[in-house]
Design a binder for this molecule. Structure first.
Ligand code: NDP
Length: 237
């Protein structure tokens, strides 16, 4: 990245993977903001309260970030939720809510970020997907659809904006130790562990390092890619 650093927005940096990503960018000397509903963020991160399901709130948050830190040059669309359940019993609300946060929410922030990126003729967009998007996950028809959808979003952006110095990539983590995965029943955790060639779960920082690479100068010719960080769990997908 440039010596003076870039303006980086990581959605959902209050905990887990987003928090680790924000901490990495702060440590590397960049100006970092987050949009989330709560505000317990790492030191040095500008916390803007907002919900990615609300386009007006996203717009207002971007305006505040632009005023305080400058136009967003690196966007990491990380905010995500699960509402797991077998398809037969899944309510419309649980399906739509997960799509609204994970997929439409990522679209909302990417659309808003693209304005400044087009003007600057520079931008790095990273979508945090999941191994579940392409590997499949029983009880996760909503989550899997939202995460697979991000691949289509990144590839459409790559074709629309690739000529303007903007890249859009997908990082697909496997089983990362966070509050989201701690909530899974122990039996399900054991089943995952048995299927992971690396024979361990990953730390959030291992995802953060890959995101940092994709945002940096060495990744300027990578766009529309899906980068797994899953210890081999999703191989072949
Ligand atoms: P966490 O639940 O720990 O954190 C989720 C973050 O998203 C929080 O900061 C939360 O903040 C924010 N968030 C949730 N809903 C909204 C919303 N509507 N508007 C704004 N912010 C929101 O999740 P993880 O760190 O585990 O996961 C982060 C991302 O990585 C997600 O997209 C997840 O799907 C993906 N992932 C996680 C894996 C794992 O093993 N943990 C594996 C693969 C992918 P707040 O509640 O304050 O709004």
């Amino acid at each position: 990245m440039t010596p003076e650093g870039r303006t980086v927005l990581v959605t959902g940096a209050t905990r887990g993977i987003g928090r680790a990503i924000a901490e990495r960018f702060v440590a590397a000397g960049h100006r970092v903001a987050t949009i989330s509903r709560s505000t317990q963020v790492p030191d040095g991160v500008l916390a803007v309260t907002g919900d990615v399901t609300d386009s007006a709130a996203v717009d207002a948050a971007f305006t505040q970030i632009e005023q305080e830190l400058g136009p967003v040059e690196v966007l990491v669309a990380n905010a995500g939720i699960t509402r797991d359940g077998l398809m037969m019993r899944m309510s419309d609300e649980d399906f739509e809510q997960v799509l609204d946060v994970n997929l439409t929410g990522a679209f909302r922030v990417a659309r808003r970020a693209s304005k400044g990126m087009i003007r600057a003729r520079f931008g790095r967009i990273v979508f945090i997907s999941s191994v579940i998007g392409l590997y499949g996950g029983a009880g996760q028809v909503n989550y899997g659809a939202s995460k697979a959808g991000l691949v289509g979003v990144a590839r459409a952006i790559t074709r629309e904006l690739g000529g303007r110095g903007i890249t859009a990539n997908v990082v697909a983590p496997g089983f990362i130790q966070t509050a989201m995965t701690d909530a899974l029943p122990p039996e399900q955790q054991k089943t995952y562990l048995a299927a992971i060639p690396a024979a361990r779960f990953a730390s959030a920082d291992e995802v953060a390092g890959v995101v940092q690479f994709l945002a940096g100068p060495d990744a300027g010719y990578i766009s529309g890619a899906v980068i797994p960080v899953d210890g081999g769990l999703g191989m072949g997908h």
